[in-house]
Design a protein. Structure first.
Length: 110
């Protein structure tokens, strides 16, 4: 197990984890804009791990073309899931509002 001052842990990663933990802790929910490439990026992996460890309700926002690519375990931990039309900002905004409404934190559409 790595210790806080372990030289093998990059300082930038440690700072990224700290910044993300602070931001996620201040939010009532964790919303994921699903993208299959997320597993290849470090920050989304850190964010998801933090959200799970902080027991944040997880909500998924998914483009239509990616619905079948959402892993079953991610679906299981999600409290809500909304789908939007690819490359359609109005559809994405509407799906986001539905998702937030389901989470009990919706705001009116501008």
């Amino acid at each position: 197990m790595k210790r806080k001052n372990d030289p093998h842990i990059d300082e930038a990663m440690r700072e990224a984890a700290k910044r993300n933990a602070e931001a996620i802790s201040g939010s009532p929910v964790f919303v994921v804009m699903f993208n299959e490439a997320m597993i290849e990026e470090v920050i989304p992996l850190i964010q998801m791990g933090i959200a799970v460890y902080m027991d944040k309700p997880i909500y998924l926002l998914i483009p239509e073309s990616k619905v079948l690519q959402v892993p079953e375990n991610l679906r299981r931990i999600a409290r809500g899931l909304e789908v939007y039309k690819d490359h359609d900002l109005d559809s994405m905004q509407d799906a986001t509002l539905r998702l937030m409404d389901g989470a009990g934190i919706a705001k009116e559409k501008p």
